[in-house]
Ligand binder design. Structure first.
Ligand code: SF4
Length: 287
């Protein structure tokens, strides 16, 4: 199958077989996100999905974990997802786990019994973009949810037996608000218990709606030193066991590990990176 889009998924999914079931993102309105702005969202026909499964099976593939693409695969109706899951299990009998990206609204739109049926059919990890713990930031970034809705959606999916994982972005609150955002996010994560947190630290694309906010003076980006300091506070404050992986596009810093066991090692790595950034000219991630 020819892939349309830009692959961007959690590093924890690197061993999963990626099966596209849609093209683009059904929402596609987050101001910082340029992954799918050039694509018109559409669901892929079941015949095309089955053809891909047949191709991989013929090549000897029988993966244990499948990741459904693309930007918000959980937007598909429960009926369509169950039909896809039935195909996955038919062609890949070894498959025990199916993961995908989701939005808060795509969970809220489903009935509890639909979520339970999806969990029984193998859906395990849903990755949610919980980029900020501050409602005004979520509004400014044009996210599809507020924090109250996120709490409700996460409780709903956890009750159904699924695991929620969080995508976040240090820097998303802008200059001078890194610490506030880190503490708010830590509070949110400590209350909701994600299995995994992936931090793609904010970088601003010059063609993005967020860049227009910068030009209008409605958003002032933080520099990388503040982003690292934000990340450090978050890692200090996280009180739940969680697997963490954090990247910064414009500086070669990647901090990953399991909390609480790896906390001190991760903080030491951030301290070293912070010392370098504080000694250098301020660097703002605009590309
Ligand atoms: S929901 Fe995700 S993929 Fe869609 S626009 Fe927002 S960040 Fe991008």
């Amino acid at each position: 199958m020819e892939y349309e889009g830009q692959i961007c998924r959690s590093p924890m999914e690197r061993g999963s077989f990626m099966l596209p079931v849609s093209v683009g993102c059904s929402y596609n309105q987050c101001y910082f996100c340029m992954l799918f702005k050039h694509l018109t969202y559409r669901e892929l026909p079941l015949e095309q999905i089955e053809g891909e499964l047949q191709r991989v099976k013929r090549a000897g593939g029988n993966p244990e974990t499948v990741f459904l693409g693309d930007g918000n695969a959980f937007q598909l109706t429960a009926g369509r997802l169950l039909a896809i899951l039935e195909l996955v299990h038919r062609y890949f009998p070894a498959c025990t786990t199916v993961n995908m990206d989701a939005t808060v609204q795509s969970i809220l739109e489903k009935m509890p019994e639909e979520l339970s049926a999806l969990a029984r059919a193998g859906v395990s990890h849903l990755y949610l973009g919980i980029e900020s713990g501050l409602d005004d930031v979520l509004t400014l970034m044009h996210k599809d949810h507020d924090l109250a809705q996120a709490y409700t959606a996460i409780e709903k999916l956890q009750r159904a037996g699924m695991v929620y994982d969080a995508h976040m972005m240090t820097g998303v609150a802008g200059r001078g608000r890194g610490e506030e955002n880190a503490r708010a996010l830590a509070q949110f994560y400590n209350a909701t218990g994600p299995g995994r947190i992936v931090n793609f630290s904010l970088f601003i694309h010059r063609r993005s709606p967020l860049y227009r906010l910068v030009q209008k003076g409605r958003f002032v980006p933080a520099d990388e030193a503040e982003n690292l300091a934000e990340e450090r506070i978050l890692l200090e404050e996280l009180a739940v066991p969680v697997e963490y992986d954090g990247f910064h596009d414009v500086i070669p810093v990647r901090v990953r590990g399991k909390l609480p066991a790896d906390r001190e090692k991760m903080l030491a790595k951030l301290d070293a990176a912070l010392a370098v950034q504080r000694a250098a000219a301020p660097l703002v991630a605009v590309v």
